[in-house]
Design a protein around this ligand. Structure first.
Ligand SMILES: Cc1ncc(COP(=O)(O)O)c(C=O)c1O
Length: 403
């Protein structure tokens, strides 16, 4: 078989994720990895999850091992709807679909909304996992520049002379930059969405992981308020996940959106995987329904990750050459480093791996041929002493490259 000729045309734009390929290289125990978006494994609530699993198998064993509804476990949808609701926005369980991680949500959104060669607006750089999923539709990505306050939303308006299907962004603690869209820009974005009847995908895996600064409401909330609505009937499709606040291994995410969107997504999900793992939904619910436990757990994550972020930033100040700059995130798991334009992060990675340190070059996160001098550092996964050692080694590699 000539395998080059058998695959569907749409696979020509599929390629392995750079991040996941780098993760393979970093699997060696001697490598200090700042590459993946991995939570700290020592903080996983292993015992709590074991107890929850025992309980549900003992009490509802036959049910949790059975097929279940595509929409997701009713109690879990209710719990998520409640966690997303507040005084001004009341989200109904009908507006929630449980997905197999938020990555599946992002993937299915393209499946139900995008036709080949549609135009979509994204911030630049953007989440590479979205690009991997959406590129096979041969889309036109219109890139909006970013700064330390997130996407420069005023850059959206001139793009609208061409018809665009939707906007996708990560407004809170963005991947890869860690930056957050300010409240003013969210208000402006909501205005643009409503005035132009545009769909917006808010990808929000990191929103609960804030370590400093003032909380900002989600675009989901701001857009509803802008329309004077108190329910989810508007143009925002919101993707959330337990991956970063509980555990990514259970693969429990969700979409909150207007009912017609949920209804169409259910049809897509039936074709994809019928439903998210019944057992994993029950385990997640059993753990998360103890609100005090979950909130305390998230508070603990915030504390530990805040210390790791601060330690990484401080060590970078002390050891990185002054020609290099970086973002200073108020939350999330990442920051992004920018080197002088003549340096190449992929080449630097080869040198860094020789010193057993890893990071992710960011060129794959950019629309267009740019970002070769940028790389992403994760600060949640490595223990403090490893952060110091890894950043020191990176400093040496950077200084050598600078010469
Ligand atoms: C912006 C963004 N969206 C979605 C995901 C997927 O997360 P999960 O599928 O584990 O919920 C990630 C994971 O790193 C992410 O950074």
């Amino acid at each position: 078989m000539n395998w080059d000729t058998v695959f569907a045309e749409r696979t020509s734009e599929m390629k392995r994720s750079t991040v996941r390929e780098i993760l393979k290289l970093t699997a060696k125990p001697e490598v200090i990895s700042f590459a993946g978006g991995l939570p700290a494994p020592e903080l996983f609530p292993v015992e709590r999850i074991r107890e929850a699993t025992d309980t549900i198998l003992a009490e509802r064993g036959t049910e949790v091992l059975q097929y279940s509804t595509t929409e997701g476990m009713p109690e879990l949808r209710k719990l998520i709807a409640k966690r997303l609701s507040n005084d001004t926005l009341k989200i109904s369980p009908e507006n929630i679909l449980i997905t197999s991680g938020s990555q599946q949500g992002v993937d299915m959104i393209a499946r139900i909304l995008l036709d080949e060669r549609d135009r979509v607006i994204v911030e630049n750089p953007t989440y590479v996992g979205m690009l991997t999923s959406w590129k096979p539709y041969h889309l036109h990505f219109s890139a909006v520049p970013t700064d330390n306050n997130g996407m420069q939303v005023e850059g959206i308006v001139p793009l609208l002379k061409d018809k665009h299907k939707l906007i996708y962004s990560i407004p809170t603690f963005q991947n890869p930059q860690g930056t957050t869209l300010t409240r003013e820009r969210r208000e402006k974005l909501a205005e643009i969405l409503v005035d132009n009847n545009l769909l917006y995908v808010e990808d929000d895996p990191y929103g609960e992981l804030r370590y400093s600064g003032d909380p900002v409401p989600s675009v989901l909330q701001i857009e509803a308020a802008h329309r004077g609505a108190t329910d989810v009937t508007g143009n925002v499709i919101y993707c959330g996940t337990f991956s970063k606040v509980l555990t990514p291994g259970l693969r429990i995410g969700w979409i909150a959106a207007a009912f017609p969107v949920i209804d169409k997504l259910v049809q897509a999900k039936q074709a994809t995987d019928l439903h998210t793992s019944t057992l994993n939904q029950f385990i997640s619910y059993e753990v998360a329904r103890d609100e005090e436990f979950l909130n305390n757990h998230i508070a603990h994550l915030r504390e530990v990750y805040r210390q790791r972020r601060d330690l990484m930033l401080k060590t970078m100040e002390d050891h990185f050459p002054e020609e290099v700059t970086w973002t200073r995130p108020e939350g999330g798991l990442f920051l992004m480093v920018t080197m002088p334009a003549h340096l190449n992060a992929a080449e630097l990675l080869v040198k860094a791996l020789e010193q057993n340190v890893a990071f992710v070059p960011c060129d794959a996160f950019f629309i267009g041929d740019m970002g070769h001098n940028t790389f992403r550092l994760n600060f949640s996964n490595a223990r403090p002493e490893m952060i110091v050692e890894g950043i020191k080694r990176l400093g040496v590699v950077l200084k050598a490259a600078m010469r």
